[in-house]
Structures are given as C-alpha cells and as structure tokens.
Design a protein around this ligand. Structure first.
Ligand SMILES: Cc1ncc(COP(=O)(O)O)c(C=O)c1O
Length: 382
C-alpha cells in the first residue's frame, strides 16, 4: 500500500480547486507560443531543435516534434533518458561531458536514438570514440566553438581543426557540424543591442565555418541560438538549426526584454499559490517561497488573482523557504485578511529552474484542468 498525499489536481477540476503550490500551464498561451516558433522556423528555412531543459517533459517534447521540430536538445545525458524512452528519435546533448559514467550513458542512449554531442577537447573525442566503438554504436559529434560567452568551446581555428581531425580518426564518430551558443546575450534588454551582440556571435561562428571550408571540410549543422536571439540567428544565414527553450513559457526575465521583431510571446507558466495568512496591515503571505520558485532572475514581477476580478494590489517582495511575502502596493487598500484562501498566479523570474522544482504541469484552459503532464526529466542533472 502506498501512503502519499492526494493528487494536486485531476482533469476537469476547476483551477480554483487545484492544490497549491502547483506549477500551471495556460494552454492557450502555450499553444500560441508553440505554433509561433514552429511557423517562424519553417518560414525562415531553419531547423528547430528546442531545448528540452526548459520543460523536462516528454509530453511537451512530443508536441514540439508534432509541430515540426527535428528533435530536442538536452543539457545533460541523464536528462535525455525520458525523452529517448518516450520515442523522441533525435537528441542533441548541447554540452560537454567527461568520465566513465557519462560515456556509458552516451553509448546507451546512442543505441536507442540518433545522438549528437558536443566536445571541446581531444581527450573527450578519443574517450568517446573508443567507448562508442566498443559498444558498436555511432555518435554524431559537434565541436563547440566559443561564440563570445567564454564558457565552453574552442577558442581557435587550429583547436577546431584538431578536433575535427580527431573525430575523423574515430570510426564510431561522425563529424556533424558545430555548436555556437552564446547564453550571455539572450537577455540583453534592448532589441538593437541584442541584435548587435547576436550578429557578433554569428560572425564568430561564420569564421569557424569558413576555416573548415578552406580545409575542404563541410560544416553540415551550425546549431545554437536561444529565445532571445532566434530572429537574428535565423536571419544571419549562418545557423542551420535553432535551440530555443524558454519561448514556450516565458518568464519574468524574458518578459522584461524588448521584442521589436515579428515574434511575440505570451506568459504560459505560472505558479499557483494561496494566500494563507494576512495578520498585519499592508501584508499578506502566500504558500510558495524558495522551494517552489526560482529567484535567481528575480522575484515574480506581477501577481494575478485566479478567483477575483480586481487587479491584485500586492507585489511579491520576498521569498522564505515555504512563504512568499506580499506587500500592498502604495495607496492600496491595506487589509488583506478577507483575501486569505484566495489563489494567485505568479510568473516565475526564471522558468528552467522553477520547472525543476515540480513533478508535473497542471495544464488548464477556460478555468479548468485540461491535462496533467509529468516533468519526467525533473532532477536528472547528471
Ligand atoms: C546550449 C543552449 N542552447 C539553448 C538554450 C536555450 O535558451 P533559452 O531557454 O534562453 O531559449 C540554452 C539555455 O541556457 C543553452 O544552454
């Protein structure tokens, strides 16, 4: 017999009766974001390989594939397992990895899916090639180039050529192209400034592609880009594949940027919370804090009632482990005792780490729970 708390929600429940805290998806907004990115990639002739680290859910990955994505990215090898198990046929691990445990996962995954991985050092290439050969699998390899973020990735053409030669010398590896991702520019607030930075990253990537071409090596895939730069990456003529993740949900950080191009995004991801106490004038306390909201990119920047029509005159001002402190906006009615028990929707500051705090998405439409999607790669960070 299992002894566990009751389910937070069932399909058909009113959103107002869903247990809190819960992580919710507004399906109208989600569907609009999903369709917009798919149509955008198709219109611009670039492949879309969304980053699954944003949602960690095979249910969502299947919807992305159905809408035209060529596969998904994962950031970690263990994260790829639920997607492989769910039948996602093409997975790119957009990250470097080392060690026997990781190599074992790579070859196991490669026996189930078409797997591509990133490298930026020759010993990784050798270890991967030898392990893959022993296991009888083939792995696509995309050396990562440093497109300006100064995180991972080779920093010279010679280093890239050395990797490409190393890959060619391993019978179980296939050189598939390069990865050029610059995470540091995704959240540049101004449209023109973001465009400038994205074009600079694309120029760096183009330089590496040319360097390979002058040596007679065709660079099939150039993959990279995130939600903040997709429009510039697609227009650059350099990237053949885009890796955005957050576009499905948006978050406080992305919501604060300027979006002057053809794409508009809607917030679809909200933490559902309940006002559980309001004993002091001008203050209320809700039931979600640090354990249900990632605050590395800031606190929720807005607050929305689920079961009242007026705009909440409150802002979320600080997070304790399990408490969210809400303060009356200036000039607002200061007594919130009558609001105890009321539900709030809070848009997280940063979607990815917030998703990783929950086991399921409670998906709703027209005020009712329409679906429950497991976050099956939650916590898979090896
Ligand atoms: C390699 C890589 N590609 C793509 C993304 C997706 O970025 P975003 O969620 O900003 O769209 C990330 C996010 O950190 C990343 O690390």
């Amino acid at each position: 017999m299992t002894f566990a708390p009751p389910a937070a929600a069932r399909v058909g429940d009113l959103l107002t009766s869903v247990a809190t805290p819960s992580l919710t998806i507004d399906l109208d907004a989600f569907d609009a974001n999903l369709a917009a990115m798919s149509a955008f990639a198709a219109r611009h002739g670039v492949a879309l390989r969304p980053h699954a680290k944003a949602h960690k859910s095979s249910e969502i990955a299947k919807r992305q594939i159905d809408a035209g994505a060529v596969g998904v990215c994962c950031q970690k090898l263990s994260e790829a397992y639920p997607f492989a198990a769910a039948g996602i046929a093409s997975i790119h691990v957009s990250n470097e990895f080392v060690g026997a445990d990781k190599l074992a996962m790579a070859v196991e995954l490669a026996s189930h899916v078409r797997l591509s991985v990133c490298v930026d050092a020759l010993p990784q290439v050798r270890a991967l090639g030898e392990t893959a050969a022993r296991a009888g699998v083939t792995i696509d390899v995309l050396p990562e180039v440093d497109a300006g973020q100064h995180r991972c990735g080779v920093t010279s053409e010679d280093a890239l050529v050395e990797l490409v030669d190393g890959i060619a010398s391993q019978s179980a590896l296939r050189f598939a192209g390069i990865q050029a991702y610059h995470g540091g520019i995704q959240h540049v607030a101004g449209w023109a400034a973001r465009k400038h930075e994205a074009n600079r990253a694309a120029d760096i990537a183009a330089g590496y592609v040319r360097a390979l071409e002058t040596r007679g090596v065709r660079c099939g895939i150039v993959t990279g880009g995130g939600t903040g730069t997709v429009e510039f990456d697609a227009a650059s003529g350099v990237f053949t594949e885009l890796q955005p993740g957050s576009y499905l949900f948006m978050d406080g950080d992305y919501g604060g940027l300027n979006w002057d191009g053809e794409l508009r995004w809607r917030h679809s991801l909200f933490v559902l919370s309940t006002i559980m106490s309001a004993t002091r004038p001008g203050m209320a306390v809700c039931d979600v804090g640090l354990k249900g909201l990632a605050v590395d990119s800031g606190l929720p920047r807005s607050v929305h009632w689920v079961d009242a029509d007026d705009a909440p005159a409150l802002s979320y001002v600080s997070a304790n482990d399990e408490h969210g402190m809400l303060q009356a906006l200036r000039d607002a009615e200061g007594d919130f005792a009558g609001r105890v028990g009321k539900r709030l929707l809070l848009p997280p500051g940063h979607c990815d780490p917030t998703v990783n705090l929950y086991d399921e998405f409670v998906c709703h439409r027209n005020g009712r729970v329409a679906d429950l999607w497991p976050i099956d790669a939650r916590g898979f960070s090896r």
